[in-house]
Ligand binder design. Structure first.
Ligand SMILES: CC(C)(COP(=O)(O)OP(=O)(O)OC[C@H]1O[C@@H](n2cnc3c(N)ncnc32)[C@H](O)[C@@H]1OP(=O)(O)O)[C@@H](O)C(=O)NCCC(=O)NCCS
Length: 234
């Protein structure tokens, strides 16, 4: 994927940057989107299996679409709050654009029958104006109940902390017991959704010092962001 143009240099423009602009500008000047592989992590799930988490790449297009088509109708409904059989082309294109409109997509892969296979995905947006990382995720039906979402969520927390987010948040259908239970177990608090009574919103404060971020690649990102801007918070 082509690198995003470097953010404009606002130094000397007279006064401090608005908080939202400075957070996003710092993130984009720290991440090296022309080399996505360096932001890959290997996690261990419940029974010790290796789960690889990485940014989506253009070569994933077909497999990602296959992944969504293979989800049960219920899982797709819970993920997208509506009945779809696959990702509409526009949304598929958006999924493959890392860093566009402050959004990022990751896939989690495992060796299944000798093939490196997508078993989960997550998409998140960094809302710079509120320093909040908003996310949605899913796990292939065959692999639900193995601790994959819990592991992926911890990895998203590393990403949130590294990018300077102060909160993580998600929305889910009130009927989605699995997601509600996962969020509760992962330390999120619940509030009513401001616009839609069918949804519930969960939120968690993120306050981890860069040196304490428990994912090596994201700890490095946080430390380099801190070195570039010593006044930046975690
Ligand atoms: C919700 C979802 C992400 C959970 O993924 P998962 O990998 O199965 O979750 P984990 O195995 O890490 O489970 C962690 C905890 O979540 C809770 N949980 C997960 N699935 C559950 C279910 N079906 N019913 C009740 N609790 C559930 C449990 O507390 C579980 O802990 P335990 O195994 O010790 O009991 C998965 O079911 C999914 O992809 N659903 C479809 C898409 C979706 O709903 N996305 C959320 C929209 S944001």
């Amino acid at each position: 994927m082509a690198a995003r143009p470097a953010p404009p240099d606002h130094r000397g423009a007279g006064g401090p940057l608005p908080r939202s602009l400075s957070l996003w500008a710092r993130v984009m000047s720290t991440l090296r989107l022309e080399d996505l592989k360096q932001y890959s992590d290997t996690l261990r799930i419940r029974h010790g299996e290796a789960l690889h988490v990485r940014f989506v790449e253009p070569r994933d297009s077909d497999e990602l679409q296959h992944y969504f088509r293979s989800l049960s109708a219920r899982s797709r409904y819970n993920r997208f709050f509506g009945a779809i059989s696959e990702l509409p082309q526009g949304l598929l294109r958006d999924f493959l654009q890392i860093g566009e409109r402050e959004r990022f997509s990751v896939v989690a892969t495992m060796m299944v029958d000798g093939f490196d296979t997508i078993v989960a995905e997550a998409r998140y947006a960094l809302h710079a104006e509120t320093a909040t990382l908003e996310f949605g995720l899913s796990v292939a039906d065959r692999w639900q109940g193995h601790g994959i979402a819990s592991a992926l969520l911890k990895n998203l927390e590393c990403r949130a902390a590294a990018l300077g987010a102060e909160h993580m948040r998600g929305d889910t259908l009130r009927s989605n017991e699995g997601m509600i239970s996962l969020a509760r177990k992962s330390g999120f608090a619940f509030v009513n959704h401001p616009d839609d009574w069918k949804l519930v919103r969960f939120d968690k404060e993120i306050s981890v010092a860069p040196k304490d971020i428990p994912c090596a690649s994201w700890r490095l990102v946080a430390l380099s962001r801190q070195a570039d801007s010593p006044s930046a918070s975690a």
